[in-house]
Design a protein. Structure first.
Length: 451
């Protein structure tokens, strides 16, 4: 026991990466990871048609073809593992419908599933191998976030790439079959790549790129470690390690408490195509809407009360592009009131330029309310010209553990997104393969359906 207390965090995490068995996974975790993979595939298929993904695809097709190892989702071309992972990660993060943790701080699948799926294809892994690798990656990513947030976010760092590269490194290290010492080295090398800033909002593609380097460099880190390159074994708990450098934290207990015994990472899903902390506000708008749907023109005042943790994030009254609209709480509330939804099409030019949406968007005021119970909680108050007041408060958005999407809603989301590429028959085949991952002899059976 004393030896474990004195052991470096990277050593304990590496032992977990190498030794976890599929049989040790709770059934719920297996189901959650399968749902995560299916959700990821739908988002990545639709995301592959966006401009950011098309630019990255063109770049990687020119510079990432040294070895044909892994498939571009929705395209079918093969690139190096790291080039495919980079491209697929950007695609999966380009439509604001990717999964999220329960605190709305990061997204699991763009860095982790993108990297793991590419390496699983290259290594001819089976379905259980993929599930174990993704589980390990999600678990370690969540543990790092718990150890560093909210300080990490408040210092201006984006949790998805900063913590995601270590989760992705763990996942691909498992798939590559690295030894414990090699995993330790891979973590150290990954520390050289850990980065990503919250300066990513506006009429640009900045936010979309963040998980790409994390997925790419996780594979680079594992491959270098396998070739004998050594990294700092103090990358997590050193005086200039990840925790202290990015968040000023010294307590590393979250990294290893219950490691391999408890799987406390929570995967939530997005019903609306905007930044997760905005979803609560959308829920408020949709709850109020039936009472005022024919009287939107008579709205006099709108105020959104948010917890101080998120009070003035996403306050964008006049978004100029889909990139900006998807991180604008103003636009999301307005379009939800006007059209009763906030899916992908509601953040495109037609709705950005809608006169009534613009009016309501610019009217919305933001107020910090410390009495709200959760960081993402929202209370929307609407006052009509008549003096009538309508209020709604949402603490848990649609797709959360407390307010889950139904199986039909999950399928509807996947079908809408994958429908941009495939007919219903092929969509069903993809779903069936994901649902049977535990018996799949090779992930190639799934990959071959993705283009």
């Amino acid at each position: 026991m004393q030896n474990m207390i004195n052991e470096k965090m990277s050593v304990q995490l590496a032992r977990y990466v190498v030794n976890l068995k599929f049989e040790e996974l709770p059934e719920k975790i297996v189901d959650d990871v399968q749902n995560l993979i299916l959700d990821y595939l739908g988002v990545a298929l639709k995301g592959s048609t966006t401009e950011p993904a098309e630019i990255v695809t063109a770049f990687q097709m020119e510079y990432g073809t040294a070895k044909q190892e892994a498939t571009l989702i929705g395209n079918g071309k093969k690139l190096t593992c790291q080039a495919a992972a980079f491209t697929n990660a950007v695609a999966a993060h380009s439509i604001e419908l990717d999964d999220v943790d329960d605190l709305a701080l990061f997204h699991y699948s763009p860095p982790i599933v993108s990297a793991a799926l590419a390496v699983a294809e290259a290594t001819k892994a089976n379905g259980k191998d993929l599930i174990v690798a993704v589980t390990i990656g999600c678990d370690i990513m969540k543990r790092l976030s718990d150890a560093m947030n909210p300080d990490l976010r408040d210092r201006g760092y984006h949790t998805t790439p900063v913590c995601g590269i270590f989760g992705a490194t763990a996942a691909v290290a498992r798939l590559f079959g690295l030894t414990e010492d090699e995993v330790v080295n891979a973590f150290g090398i990954a520390g050289a790549h850990a980065s990503g800033l919250m300066e990513m909002y506006g009429s640009n593609m900045q936010k979309r790129i963040n998980p790409g380097p994390a997925a790419h460099n996780a594979i680079v880190s594992a491959r270098l470690a396998r070739m004998g390159y050594t990294g700092a074994d103090t990358i997590f708990d050193g005086v200039r390690g990840v925790l202290q450098a990015f968040s000023g934290q010294e307590d590393t207990s979250a990294l290893v408490n219950g490691l391999g015994k408890t799987f406390d990472f929570i995967i939530e899903f997005k019903r609306y195509a905007c930044a997760r902390p905005i979803h609560n506000a959308v829920g408020c708008a949709l709850e109020i809407r039936p009472n005022i749907v024919n009287r939107l023109h008579s709205i006099k005042e709108m105020t959104i009360f948010r917890h101080p943790a998120w009070a003035h994030f996403h306050e964008i009254k006049r978004p100029k592009s889909i990139h900006e609209a998807q991180v604008s709480l103003n636009h999301a509330v307005a379009v939800a009131l006007v059209d009763g939804d906030a899916f992908l099409e509601h953040f495109e030019d037609e709705w950005i330029c809608n006169v009534e949406v613009q009016r309501l968007s610019q009217m919305l005021k933001f107020v910090a309310e410390p009495e709200l119970p959760r960081g993402v909680s929202c209370l929307l108050r609407i006052v009509l010209e008549s003096g009538e007041i309508y209020e709604a408060q949402v603490d848990y958005p649609k797709g959360s553990i407390q307010n889950p999407m139904s199986p039909d809603e999950h399928w509807s989301k996947f079908s809408k997104l994958a429908g941009s590429k495939f007919e219903q028959e092929k969509q069903v085949k993809i779903r069936n393969k994901v649902e049977s991952l535990t018996t799949l002899q090779s992930v190639h059976e799934l990959i071959e359906l993705l283009f």
